[in-house]
Design a protein around this ligand. Structure first.
Ligand code: ARG
Length: 456
C-alpha cells in the first residue's frame, strides 16, 4: 500500500512480526460497518458519485460475506484486517475500490472499529451478567431460611441466613454491572474522520459518520481520537473487578463445599473426578475461575503499561491493545457461561451447616448484647462472656451443654429467656438492623435487588 516510498520489499520476518491478523481478523464485521459509514460520508461530501457509493457498499457487503463463509483468507503481506478488506474490495471493484480510504487513516479506522466491536461485546456481556445476577437472586430466595455460620478470618463468627450470603455477592456484582454500563458509555463518541491525527482537508461531515454508526457525537479532538485507549482501560477495569469478585465467590464455594466445612453441595455436572482416587469429586470449575482471574488482571496491567510510555498521537504499540482485549473477552465469556448454571444448582447441606452450631460458641456475641440490654456496659459483657468461653473450654464443654445454673454461676444476669434465644434461627431473626441478616431484611434486599435487575 505504501510501495511508492520504498525501494525494497518488506522482509519476511518483519511481515510476521508486525501483522495483527491473529487478533483483528475477528474485527472484520465491525471494520466493514465503519467503512460503509465512511462511504456514505464520502458520498455526502461529493467526493464519490452515487454509483461509486452503491458499488462500494455492495463490494463491502460481498467482502463481509466472504469473510464470514471463510472464503476470504487473510494474507500476512497485507498486515491487518483493514488492508486485507481494502485489497479484496479493490480486487472486486477495480479503481473504485481505491477511493475507500479517501480522507481516512488506519489510525481513526481502528479506533472506530474497536469501539464498534467492543460496544457489541459489552451488550452481550451485559445480558450474561444480568442472568448471573438473576441466578444469585434465585439462590438467595431459595436459601433464605437456611441458617449457616458466617465467617471472619475464616473462623466461625455469627449465624447468618444463606440468603444473606448470596446477596452479599449480589451487591458486589451489581456494582460491576454499573461499571460495565460506565464502560459502555465511554464508547459513545465516534473518532472516524480524525484521519491520521490532524483531521482532513476534505469536507467530511463527522457528525454524519457518528450518526450513521449510532454514536452520540464525534470526538472533540483528532489527536486524542487516535491516541487514546482509555475506553479499553474502562472495560479492563470492569473485567478485572468482576473477575476478582468471581474469584472470591469461587474460593468461598470451594471452602464451603470442602469435606472439612461441608456447608454446600455442588452439582456433579459441574465437578470433575480424579484419574487415580475413585472417591474424589473436585471443584475444578471454581478453581479455574479463580485461576483465570490472573489473566484478566494481566490484561489490564498490560494495556496500562503500554499506554504509559507512548508519545501522542498513534504509535504501533497500540496494535497490541487487541491481544489482551481478545483474551479477556474470551475468558469473561467462559466464566459467565459456566458460573450462572453452576450457581443455580448449588445447594445448602443443612446437616453440615448445623455442625457449626453444636458447641454454641457462635452465639457469644448474642449473649454479650443480651447483657447490654440488661444494663451491663459492653466491654464488661464482652469480658464476662469471654471468661465463660474459657471456662467451657477448660471443662471440655460448649455453651449448649450449660444448664441455667451453670450459666448463672458464670454470669448471674443470665435468664431463661436468653438461653431459649441461643439458637440459629432467633440469632438471625434478631439481627434486624438495616442491611443485617434477619430474614425480613434479606427479603427486603432481594426485593430491592430484583427491581434493580429488572430495570437494568
Ligand atoms: N493494525 C493497526 C492497529 O491495530 C492499525 C493501525 C495502523 N496504523 C499505522 N499507522 N501503522 O493498530
Amino acid at each position: 500500500m505504501w510501495k511508492g516510498r520504498f525501494s525494497e520489499d518488506t522482509a519476511e520476518v518483519v511481515l510476521r512480526f508486525t501483522q495483527s491478523l491473529d487478533m483483528d481478523w475477528q474485527l472484520a464485521e465491525a471494520d466493514i460497518r465503519g467503512s460503509k459509514a465512511h462511504v456514505r460520508t464520502l458520498a455526502s461530501a461529493g467526493l464519490i458519485s452515487a454509483e461509486e457509493e452503491a458499488a462500494l457498499i455492495r463490494g463491502l457487503d460481498q467482502v463481509l460475506e466472504e469473510v464470514k463463509s471463510g472464503k476470504l483468507k487473510p494474507q500476512i503481506e497485507l498486515e491487518d484486517v483493514h488492508m486485507n478488506v481494502e485489497a479484496r474490495l479493490t480486487e472486486l471493484l477495480g479503481d473504485v475500490g481505491k477511493k475507500l480510504h479517501t480522507g481516512r487513516s488506519r489510525n481513526d479506522q481502528i479506533a472506530t472499529t474497536l469501539r464498534l466491536f467492543l460496544r457489541d461485546q459489552l451488550i452481550q456481556i451485559g445480558s450474561k451478567l444480568k442472568a448471573f445476577l438473576e441466578a444469585l437472586l434465585d439462590r438467595a430466595e431459595s436459601h433464605i431460611d437456611f441458617v449457616v455460620p458466617g465467617y471472619t478470618h475464616l473462623r466461625r463468627a455469627q449465624p447468618i441466613s444463606m440468603g444473606h450470603y448470596w446477596m452479599s455477592h449480589f451487591w458486589a456484582f451489581n456494582r460491576d454491572f454499573l461499571r460495565l454500563k460506565a464502560a459502555f458509555e465511554a464508547l459513545s463518541e465516534c473518532p472516524l474522520g480524525s484521519a491520521a491525527l490532524a483531521g482532513s482537508t476534505l469536507p467530511l461531515d463527522r457528525k454524519l459518520s457518528a450518526k450513521l454508526l449510532r454514536f452520540c457525537k464525534p470526538t472533540e479532538n483528532s489527536i486524542d481520537s487516535v491516541a487514546s485507549r482509555d475506553y479499553l482501560a474502562d472495560f479492563h477495569h470492569f473485567a478485572s473487578l468482576f473477575a476478582v469478585h468471581c474469584s472470591r465467590l469461587a474460593e468461598d464455594l470451594i471452602i464451603y463445599n470442602s469435606d472439612e466445612f461441608g456447608i454446600l453441595d455442588l452439582p456433579d455436572a459441574f465437578c470433575t473426578g480424579s484419574s487415580i482416587m475413585p472417591q474424589k469429586k473436585n471443584p475444578d470449575v471454581l478453581e479455574l475461575v479463580r485461576g483465570k482471574t490472573g489473566q484478566i488482571l494481566a490484561g489490564y496491567v498490560d494495556l496500562a503499561v503500554t499506554l504509559k510510555g507512548i508519545p501522542l498521537a498513534y504509535d504501533r504499540d497500540l496494535q497490541e491493545d487487541k491481544r489482551g482485549l481478545m483474551r479477556t473477552l474470551q475468558t469473561l465469556h467462559g466464566m459467565l457461561d459456566v458460573l450462572t448454571p453452576l450457581i443455580l444448582r448449588v445447594e445448602v447441606n443443612a446437616k453440615g451447616a448445623s455442625k457449626a452450631f453444636d458447641d454454641g460458641f457462635i452465639f457469644a456475641t448474642d449473649v454479650a448484647e443480651y447483657l447490654v440490654l440488661k444494663g451491663i456496659p459492653f466491654r464488661m459483657a464482652h469480658e464476662l462472656v469471654g471468661k465463660a468461653v474459657k471456662w467451657c473450654l477448660s471443662k471440655n464443654k460448649g455453651f449448649s451443654d450449660l444448664s441455667l445454673a451453670e450459666w448463672r454461676n458464670l454470669i448471674p444476669q443470665i435468664d431463661e429467656e436468653m438461653i431459649a434465644n441461643l439458637n440459629p434461627r432467633s440469632s438471625v431473626e434478631r439481627r434486624n438492623t438495616y442491611g443485617g441478616t434477619s430474614f425480613a431484611e434479606v427479603r427486603r434486599q432481594i426485593k430491592e435487588g430484583k427491581k434493580l435487575v429488572e430495570d437494568a
